[in-house]
Design a protein around this ligand. Structure first.
Ligand SMILES: C[S@@+](CC[C@H](N)C(=O)[O-])C[C@H]1O[C@@H](n2cnc3c(N)ncnc32)[C@H](O)[C@@H]1O
Length: 414
């Protein structure tokens, strides 16, 4: 039996399947993101050691209108990767849209299942090598029960990609949710509540924190579905890093990586050696918690998890056979545009970080095309007079910055 907010939640996603998508748009673009990008799964979950020829069984739990499902299924189809992507959600309206989007793309590697992710244990579905649960756990009556249900159908050696809300970047949201609970009670119809929310947004004073929060735009550009999801949602809770680490641990999982890793590294913001001396003594969770607390701009957490008892796979960065690849970046173009001061400026939700780059950054990136192996790049540079040990040293330094950006990854072996 679901509780009352959960019934309201189910009604919300029937009235406003999320996110709002028009299947005709599939002809123009593929929506790409994290988690669940095929290259990220290969790298962060499987340590770039699981052969591309091994079929991948993936589940999107609470798949909604299909953004993640379509991304992964399309990337697998384009790369000729065997396997199947299962979409699971209890919203019939979202189901229709996700299926129409898949049909527009002529994807034959998606299976659609209607139902609750809480019923996964004993459902006969699975096991899955990879499970995506994006923007769902924080709405559930019992997120831990949800995460445990997912873990129950996770295959050995597999992993889970999660997205949940984080509090600081959502500053202002919960105040207006409180206001709307008073002005537009949940018992009213969704269109009536939307009307009140729009009227309120036009009149809230400038001091309302959401007016001052530049990172959230769902209520401005996400249509009715976005507005409802942000301000009228019957239940959403935001997790700090320590809250989330505790949830993951209680479900028998371990965090393999935060996305993007550099955002969760306090040293990226704190060059003072006296502060660095203190961060050096912290656990990985404490370091991530510190980064969250000082940046103040994280509105979501994206993370990859694996079973707690399984060892973290060593990524083969020192293996000449390993093939480096860039996520949505052209190595040659990137190499051309590198600043001359030896740093790469990157911005995360208004937060600027300068990542140090080694001398050979351009020469290496120019050759990263997803086909050449590390050994082949070392050979080409050696032919240009660059000693192999210098290549491997600079590669390690380049990795330090660009793997941490979630951009330079290692491909799955053939
Ligand atoms: C905010 S949407 C996220 C959709 C999608 N994962 C994405 O990121 O684009 C939340 C989705 O979770 C689904 N959902 C909520 N509770 C669920 C449950 N117990 N079982 C299956 N789906 C659920 C809703 O129907 C809705 O489609």
């Amino acid at each position: 039996m679901s509780d009352l907010p959960d019934r309201h939640l189910a009604a919300q996603y029937e009235a406003f399947p999320y996110p709002a998508r028009d299947p005709r748009e599939e002809a123009k673009r593929l929506i790409i993101g994290s988690p669940s990008h095929l290259r990220e799964i290969d790298h962060w979950i499987f340590g770039s050691r699981r052969p591309a020829s091994t079929p991948l069984r993936a589940l999107f739990a609470g798949g909604g209108t299909g953004d993640g499902t379509l991304m992964l299924a399309q990337q697998m189809a384009w790369a000729g990767r065997p396997g199947e992507v299962t979409w699971l959600d209890r919203s019939a309206a979202a189901h229709r849209i996700a299926e129409a989007r898949a049909a527009t793309r002529k994807l034959g590697n998606i299976r659609f299942e209607a139902g609750s992710l809480l019923d996964l244990p004993g459902s006969g579905l699975g096991p899955f090598d990879y499970i995506d649960c994006c923007g769902v756990l924080h709405h559930l009556p019992d997120p831990l029960a949800g995460l445990r249900a997912l873990t129950s159908v996770l295959a050995p050696g597999g992993g889970i990609g999660l997205m949940v809300y984080a509090p600081h970047g959502r500053t202002g949201v919960y105040m207006l949710q409180d206001a709307l609970r008073l002005l537009a009670p949940e018992a009213e119809s969704p269109p009536a509540r939307i009307d009140i929310a729009r009227r309120l947004w036009r009149q809230v004073p400038e001091t309302a924190w959401l007016k001052r929060n530049p990172w959230l735009t769902d209520h401005l550009s996400g249509g009715d579905a976005g507005l409802y999801d942000l301000l009228l949602n019957p239940r959403d809770r935001a997790y700090t890093v320590p809250d989330l680490a505790a949830l993951v641990a209680e479900a028998g999982l371990r965090i393999a990586c935060w996305v993007e890793p550099v955002r969760y590294d306090p040293d990226a913001y704190l060059p003072d050696p006296r502060l660095r001396a203190r961060t050096a003594g912290m656990t990985p969770i404490e370091r991530a918690a510190l980064a969250e607390a000082i940046t103040g701009n994280m509105g979501i957490h994206i993370l990859y998890c694996r079973r707690a008892e399984e060892p973290e796979p060593e990524r083969p960065w020192e293996d000449p056979e390993a093939v480096p690849t860039l996520r949505e970046m052209d190595g040659a173009a990137l190499a051309k545009g590198l600043p001359r001061d030896g740093t790469l400026p990157v911005t995360f939700d208004g937060l600027r970080v300068n990542l140090p780059l080694p001398r050979l950054a351009g020469a290496i990136l120019q050759r990263v095309d997803g086909r050449r192996s590390l050994g082949a790049i070392a050979d080409e540079l050696a032919a240009n007079g660059i000693a192999r040990e210098v290549f491997w040293r600079d590669l390690a330094a380049l990795r330090q910055s660009m793997e941490a950006m979630n951009r330079l990854l290692l491909a799955a072996p053939a």
